[in-house]
Write a protein that binds this ligand. Structure first.
Ligand SMILES: Cc1ncc(COP(=O)(O)O)c(C=O)c1O
Length: 439
C-alpha cells in the first residue's frame, strides 16, 4: 500500500467544516489530540475526508485488530445483517451469541468451564465483573492499581486511577475501592530495582494495606491490567503476577484480568496474561474482539457466575452482528494474526530499540507484540517526563501521515492492526525517527 500521502496539510477544507460542526454539536468531554476526520480505511491505512492517506498505528485505539475492511469480516457481517440484526440475547436465544460464548470459554486460560456475559463496551464488561465479584463473594471491597484504566461508567471509573480529570466533578463514586502501586519498574515508586526488590510492591499490600486499613477477608477482587494500557504501556516483570496470585489465593480474593486493551492477540498471545503463569478467575474483553463492532464480554469460571435471572442484563449486549464479527475475528486471529503480532512486534521493537540509543529524549521502549510504548523524557539521565515534546511528536507524525497516540503523561503508544507488514512497520519507524530527530 506504499507510503502515506498528505496532499493538503490537515485539516483540509472538508475536515475544517466537520471540525466546526463537531465543536457545535459534540460533547466537549472527548479528548481529540489532532484533527483527523477519517472517511475510510483499508488494512493499516486511513483516508481523511480531504483525501490524505495515513499509516494507522492506532487501529482506532487498539480496536481494529484484523485491520480496516477485512474482506472476510465484511462478508460475515453482510450475511448476518441480512439474516438477523437484533433480537436481544438477554431475553431470547440466537446462534452467534451462544457460539461465541462457547468459543470464548474454550480459549480463555484455565479450561472450558466458563460462563460469559455480553455487553457493548469495555466499561460495561468491567461493570459486570464488579457487580459479579460483589454478588458472588458478598465482600464489599476491591483493589485496583494506580495508573489503571477500566472505563468511565461509575463503577468502572471507581477502579480507574489514570488521570485525575477523569474523576474530577463526579464524586461520589462506588465506595470500597483501594488503589495500590503497579509494577512500573522504569519508575519504581519505591525506588527499588527488579529483581532485587523481590516484589516489595506486593509485600506492602499485605504488610501495610491489609494490616492497617483493609481486612483482606472483606476484599472481593483485585482488578488488573496484564499490561497497563492508558497508563503508559507498562509491562510487569516476570514473576509479578504469579506472586500477586499467591497473595490473592491466601485470602480467597478473586483476580479480574482486564484484557480489554492488551487482549485479543495484540501481544502475541490470545490473552496477555498468558505471558505469565497464572489463571485469572474472571477475564474481561472488548476493543479488538469484534474488529470495531461494539462488543464486550465478561468471562468467568462458571461457579462464580452464580447470579439469578434478572440480576444483570443488557438489551444490545451480544448483538448478533457483533458476535458474528467476533467469531470471524477470532478465527482470523487463530489462523495467523496472533503469530503475525508476535513476529511483527519483535521486529518493530528491534527497530525502535535501535533508535532509542541515538536520542536522549527516548527514555524507555517496552512492549509485547504490537503493544509498544515509547517514553519521552527530558533526558535519559534525569528521566523527567516530557509531556510537551510527546504531544508535539504525536502532532508532527500526524502531519507527516503517521497516526499514533499518547498514553500516560509522556508515553507514545503504537497499537497497529495485527495484519501489519514489515514494510509498513519500516515506514512508520522511518517517519517517527524523522520527527524525533528534530528534538
Ligand atoms: C484496559 C481497559 N479497560 C477498559 C476500557 C474501557 O473500554 P470502553 O472504552 O470500551 O468502555 C479501556 C478503554 O480504553 C481499557 O483500555
Amino acid at each position: 500500500m506504499g507510503k502515506p500521502l498528505i496532499k493538503i496539510t490537515p485539516p483540509g477544507p472538508k475536515a475544517k467544516e466537520y471540525l466546526k460542526k463537531d465543536s457545535k454539536y459534540i460533547s466537549p468531554s472527548y479528548t481529540r489530540v489532532y484533527p483527523l476526520v477519517a472517511e475510510k480505511g483499508k488494512g493499516c491505512w486511513i483516508w481523511d475526508v480531504d483525501g490524505n492517506k495515513y499509516l494507522d498505528m492506532n487501529a482506532g485505539v487498539a480496536v481494529c485488530s484484523t485491520g480496516h475492511a477485512h474482506p472476510d469480516v465484511l462478508k460475515t457481517v453482510r450475511e448476518q445483517t441480512e439474516k438477523l440484526i437484533h433480537y436481544s440475547g438477554t431475553d431470547f436465544y440466537y446462534p452467534p451469541e451462544i457460539d461465541l460464548a462457547e468459543k470464548l470459554a474454550e480459549i480463555t486460560p484455565g479450561g472450558k468451564n466458563r460462563k460469559v456475559f455480553f455487553s457493548n463496551s469495555g466499561a460495561e464488561a468491567i461493570e459486570c465483573a464488579l457487580k459479579l465479584v460483589r454478588y458472588h463473594t458478598n465482600r464489599h471491597y476491591c483493589i485496583a492499581f494506580y495508573g489503571s484504566f477500566h472505563g468511565r461508567t461509575m463503577g468502572a471509573l471507581s477502579l480507574t486511577a489514570s488521570k485525575q480529570i477523569q474523576r474530577k466533578g463526579f464524586y461520589s463514586l462506588v465506595p470500597g475501592v483501594y488503589h495500590v502501586y503497579y509494577p512500573y519498574c522504569y519508575r519504581c515508586p519505591f525506588n527499588l530495582s527488579y529483581p532485587d526488590c523481590d516484589f516489595y510492591c506486593i509485600d506492602i499490600i499485605e504488610d501495610t494495606l491489609f494490616r492497617k486499613v483493609l481486612p483482606p477477608e472483606e476484599v472481593s477482587a483485585i482488578f488488573l491490567e496484564p499490561i497497563q494500557g492508558e497508563g503508559g504501556y507498562i509491562v510487569p516483570p516476570q514473576g509479578y503476577f504469579e506472586k500477586l496470585k499467591k497473595l490473592a489465593d491466601k485470602y480467597d480474593i478473586l483476580l479480574v484480568d482486564d484484557e480489554i486493551q492488551a487482549g485479543m492477540g495484540r501481544t502475541g498471545k490470545f490473552f496477555a496474561i498468558e505471558h505469565w503463569d497464572i489463571i485469572p478467575d474472571i477475564v474481561t474483553v472488548a476493543k479488538g474482539i469484534a474488529t470495531g463492532f461494539p462488543l464486550g464480554a465478561c468471562i468467568s469460571k462458571s461457579g462464580i457466575m452464580d447470579w439469578k435471572p434478572g440480576s444483570h442484563a443488557s438489551t444490545f449486549g451480544g448483538n448478533p452482528v457483533a458476535c458474528s464479527a467476533a467469531l470471524k475475528t477470532i478465527e482470523l486471529l487463530e489462523n495467523g494474526l496472533i503469530e503475525n503480532a508476535r513476529r511483527m512486534g519483535e521486529y518493530f521493537l528491534k527497530l525502535l530499540k535501535e533508535i532509542e540509543q541515538k536520542y536522549d529524549i527516548i527514555g524507555d521502549i517496552r512492549g509485547k507484540g504490537l503493544m509498544i510504548g515509547v517514553e519521552i523524557v527530558e533526558d535519559k539521565n534525569s528521566k523527567k517526563k516530557n509531556k510537551k515534546k510527546r504531544n508535539e511528536i504525536v502532532q508532527r507524525c500526524f502531519e507527516k501521515g503517521l497516526l499514533i497516540l499518547g498514553a500516560g503523561e509522556n508515553i507514545i503508544r503504537f497499537c497497529p492492526p495485527l495484519i501489519i507488514s514489515k514494510q509498513e512497520i519500516e515506514t512508520g519507524v522511518e517517519i517517527f525517527e524523522e520527527v524525533v530527530r528534530g528534538y
